[in-house]
Design a protein around this ligand. Sequence first.
Ligand SMILES: Nc1ncnc2c1ncn2[C@@H]1O[C@H](COP(=O)(O)OP(=O)(O)OP(=O)(O)O)[C@@H](O)[C@H]1O
Ligand SMILES: [Mg+2]
Length: 250
Amino acid sequence: MSDAIIKLHDFGVAYDQKTVLSGVNTSIRSGRITAIIGPSGCGKSTMLKAMNRMLETQKDAAVFGSVLLNGVDIHTMEAEQLRRKVGMVFQTPTPFPMSVYKNMTYAPQYYGVTGKQELSRIVRENLEVTGLWEEVKDDLNKSALKLSGGQQQRLCIARALTAQPEVLLLDEPCSALDVKSTQVIEELLLKLKETYTIVIVTHNLFQARRIADDCIFMLNGELWEQNTTEELFANPQKKETRDYLQGVYA
Ligand SMILES: Nc1ncnc2c1ncn2[C@@H]1O[C@H](COP(=O)(O)OP(=O)(O)OP(=O)(O)O)[C@@H](O)[C@H]1O
Ligand SMILES: [Mg+2]
């Protein structure tokens, strides 16, 4: 069994005093892909955002309980340090409106890397990992906004990796992409889990099955059931989980 890298303990969230997530106790295992699945509005994005304190940026959100990263309560950490260790990629690709090269050097420069050679190495290595290097190497000064949607999403993943995170959080990263780009991202995530722990929210049950080692099913703001993906799909313990997996609710 891999060690837990993230733990949520009696965790909950309220927006405007309305509870949307409660009583969540879970462990995310290191070096694996965990998928969070469940119907729309059940709290998947909220839980993901809690893992790197993104909810703090929303004034109306209040959090309860604790989130531990490697045993340390993330609320005792500097937000910047935390977000360096726990990177996030969103549903819609969000490249900065600048060149591919600048997207890739933004974080390293912010964290103090100045050498041109070192920066070029970081750019190249992370673009290679995400399979983008061959596609963009001849024009790194091209605006990132001129890449295709799939390329933009891989750039966002590559950019997240430049901060050398331990955990990568992805909120429906493929929902704006076509089948081919989705396949490329899935293959990429399978490769990345050798180095990073990955937590992915997905509406696509096939995707969860294809790539996730562990699976969390959420319902009505609660963590309903969690298991290895294989076991959860083959042998769901609760009726609601079974219904969801059979497509009873959207
Ligand atoms: N900023 C906010 N203010 C008030 N309520 C919110 C806010 N963000 C989310 N909610 C509510 O919290 C609940 C959980 O939302 P969340 O976005 O986590 O769901 P989700 O499972 O990610 O849904 P989806 O699959 O549609 O993305 C929903 O009822 C939603 O309406
Ligand atoms: Mg969501």
